[in-house]
Design a protein around this ligand. Structure first.
Ligand SMILES: C[S@@+](CC[C@H](N)C(=O)[O-])C[C@H]1O[C@@H](n2cnc3c(N)ncnc32)[C@H](O)[C@@H]1O
Length: 404
């Protein structure tokens, strides 16, 4: 797993591209890491911290009541000795009051404290709600820190239907799609990405956070912004081939941020360890009839006139595909020693997006360019766009157009 610092700086970089991630406050995101540890049951006795953290996230009066109960049980780890009594029901079944009797000493009910909680008046629509009572009882009866956190989030969701709480529960507990009722499509998209990053970090040793560096994310966002600005350059449902596709972040961004919806993206990299990572970042699209698939191959070995790719399925079988791509993207031009050999293989008329840079200090960059003009000379296109993006350590160059 990556360092926490690296993770948060990756999120910060992503916030440039993803609006919802951007709308999280940095502190809020940092706290999610903290909350993760609590819901996993690490460092017992952190219920109060969890509750306080939720209080920071919105106006939830019920938390004040629960906090009072938590304080009155000080010295106890959980509420498991707290008895919940329901005072009385009126004719409609509406619960008027809750009384809490808290066992403060070992083994006996020594002190009974009574909280008359009239909070249901604050939620008239929930009058008589059995589910609400059950979810409150679940908080008070929770026997572990994990259960406490889970049931506390459920109470807030059922009482307030607050989107931030639903989002938080989804992030922390990998909630199922059936819980999605209050979320908008873009909220999902952004949170799914954060969860995927965490999953990739956990499961793939070869993964790194480098693709999320500020320069990398800014370069991809720039590419997509310029494509979006070119009206009519791409068809409605383009087929896109990404070369030197690395961990498949660019396809992820293309699916999420491009104005047109790609019918198909293939991401090709010579490094086999990239394949599973790229498929994980684009998992929904892999499942969606291989709308996305990563492929291990050398871009120099392809015949771009009669393009045939051979994606490999889960069981190791190859599924050859003959296809024509509306767009070929190569943002790894600085990595290609014989750039012209590759460029000459591309048939004229092919739409291309190419990126390179002047970052000569990086040993793997065997084909940097001093200027945009030098790059454009090496790759003659009928240009729809050419430009440069100044980043902290280097300048990135981009050409968009049709091969002459
Ligand atoms: C460091 S990464 C990507 C850098 C680039 N700035 C970007 O974000 O797209 C370069 C990738 O190109 C891949 N690569 C290099 N030569 C290749 C080749 N001949 N065919 C396919 N992939 C290649 C490498 O394996 C690596 O994953």
């Amino acid at each position: 797993m990556w360092s926490e610092v690296g993770f948060w700086s990756a999120i910060k970089a992503l916030s440039q591209a993803y609006p919802k991630v951007g709308s999280y406050e940095a502190k809020d995101l940092e706290n999610i890491g903290f909350l993760f540890k609590i819901v996993k049951g690490e460092r017992e006795g952190m219920e109060g911290a969890f509750l306080k953290e939720l209080q920071q996230r919105g106006h939830f009066p019920i938390l004040e009541k629960l906090e009072a109960i938590l304080e009155s049980t000080s010295g106890r780890k959980y509420f498991d000795r707290t008895l919940l009594l329901i005072d009385h029901l009126d004719a409609s079944g509406f619960v008027k009051n809750f009384f809490f009797m808290i066992d403060k000493s070992e083994g006996s009910l020594e002190e009974i404290r009574k909280f008359s909680i009239s909070f249901l008046r604050e939620f008239p629509t929930l009058q008589g709600s059995r589910d609400l009572l059950l979810s409150i009882a679940a908080v008070l009866g929770s026997r572990s820190q994990k259960d406490f956190c889970y049931s506390l989030l459920n109470v807030l969701i059922s009482l307030y239907q607050d989107q931030r709480m639903i989002a938080l529960k989804r992030i922390l507990y990998n909630a199922k799609p059936s819980d999605q009722s209050f979320m908008s499509e873009s909220d999902f998209r952004d949170e799914r990405l954060v969860k995927k990053i965490l999953r990739v970090g956990r499961e793939f040793e070869a993964s790194s956070l480098l693709p999320f560096s500020e320069g990398q994310v800014a370069s991809k966002k720039w590419l997509i912004d310029e494509l979006n600005a070119l009206d009519g350059f791409l068809p409605e449902n383009p087929k896109i081939l990404v070369l030197g596709g690395w961990h498949g972040l660019l396809p992820r961004f293309l699916f999420d941020l491009l104005q047109v919806r790609p019918a198909k993206i293939r991401s090709l990299d010579i490094d086999k360890s990239c394949e599973k990572i790229a498929d994980t970042y684009n998992k929904e699209e892999v499942i969606d009839g291989w709308r996305f698939k990563a492929i291990t191959s050398d871009m120099f070995q392809l015949d771009y006139v009669n393009l045939e790719l051979s994606p490999i399925g889960d069981c190791g079988q190859s599924f050859p595909e003959r296809d024509q791509f509306d767009l070929i993207i190569n943002t790894s031009c600085e990595h290609l020693e014989n750039f012209s050999e590759w460029f000459d293989k591309i048939p004229s008329g092919q739409k291309l997006v190419l990126q390179s840079n002047d970052f000569f200090d990086e040993p793997e960059h065997v084909n940097c360019d001093k200027s945009l003009e030098d790059f454009a000379r090496k790759a003659p296109l009928h240009l729809s766009y050419q430009g440069e993006l100044k980043l902290e350590k280097y300048t990135r160059f981009m050409l968009i157009g049709i091969k002459k």
